[in-house]
Design a binder for this molecule. Sequence first.
Ligand SMILES: NC(=O)c1ccc[n+]([C@@H]2O[C@H](COP(=O)([O-])OP(=O)(O)OC[C@H]3O[C@@H](n4cnc5c(N)ncnc54)[C@H](OP(=O)(O)O)[C@@H]3O)[C@@H](O)[C@H]2O)c1
Length: 276
Amino acid sequence: MDLVELSKLYDFSGRSVVITGGTGVLGRVMVEALVGCGANVAVLARNRDKAASLLSQMSGSGRTMVVEGDVLKRDDLKQAAQDVAAEFGQIDCLINGAGGNHPQATTKPDLSFFDIPEEALRHVFDLNLLGTIIPSQVFCELMAEQGEGVILNVSSMSAFRPLTRVMTYSAAKSGVNNFTQWLAVHLAQEYSPRIRVNAIAPGFFLTEQDRFLVTDQKTGQPTERGQSIINHTPMGRFGEPEDLLGTLLWLLSPASAFVTGIVVPVDGGFSAFSGV
Ligand SMILES: NC(=O)c1ccc[n+]([C@@H]2O[C@H](COP(=O)([O-])OP(=O)(O)OC[C@H]3O[C@@H](n4cnc5c(N)ncnc54)[C@H](OP(=O)(O)O)[C@@H]3O)[C@@H](O)[C@H]2O)c1
C-alpha cells in the first residue's frame, strides 16, 4: 500500500470537471469544494453573469470558467465541450447537477393528479431526465475517446420510493437512477472500464426547490410535511449542502476506482428507516 498516494486521493490538481446546475444551492457548494481541492472547474450555466459572479467569490488553486448553455440544447453542450477541452485540455469529470421540481407538477389541494398540466409534466421530465442524458451523450463521447472519465448524476430520495405529491419529479429521478446503472454498464463494456458512472441521492435539504413544501412561507416554521420529514430522518434534521461533499469527492476521485453504477443516499438515514 502506498500511503503517500492514498493521502493524495482528494487532491484534484490538474483534473477538470464540468458541472451543470453549478449556480444552484447544492451545485455552488460542490464547485467551491472542487476548486478548493485544486480542480479546474467549468460551470455550464444559462446565465453567464450569475455564474461568473459566483465564481468570483471562490478561492482555491483550481482554475474556473463559465460556459453558457442549457442542458436541453445539444448545440450549446457541444460548443461547451469544445471550449472546455480547449481551455483545460481534457474533461475528466461531468456532474449532472441541473434539475428540480415545478409547483404545477405536484399535487396539492387545488391541483389533482388528473389536472396536472402536460406542460409541467414535460418540464420536469425534460429537465431532470433528458437534462442528464443529453449532457452525458455529449461529454461522454469525449471520455470514450480519452478512455477514461467519471460521471456523477444527482438523484433524489424520491427515486427509490416515490414521495407523496411529487409524482412527476419522483418518476423523473427514478429514471435518473435507472440511467445511471445503464450508462455505467454500457460505457464500461463498450468503451473503457476506466469510465465510471454513479449518482448521489440527497435527502432533504432546505433549498428553493422544496421550500414551498416543507416550510410555511409566512412563519418559516416546518409545515406538517416538513415535520414529518424530520420525524422520518433518524438524524433528526434537514441536510446542509456541505453534507454532500465527502460523497462527491469520493465518487469523483480514484478513491472509488472500482465503484460504478451505484446511487449513494446522503439522507441522514431517511431511506433506511421504516418509520417504526
Ligand atoms: N434541494 C434538495 O433538497 C434536493 C434534494 C434531492 C435532490 N436534489 C437535486 O439536486 C440538484 C440541485 O438542486 P438544488 O436544490 O441545488 O437546485 P437549485 O438551487 O434550484 O438549482 C438548480 C440548478 O439547475 C440549473 N438549471 C435549471 N434548468 C436548467 C437548464 N435548462 N439548463 C441548465 N441549467 C439549468 C439552475 O440554473 P439557473 O441558475 O440558470 O437557474 C441551477 O443552477 C437537482 O438535480 C435537484 O433535483 C435537490
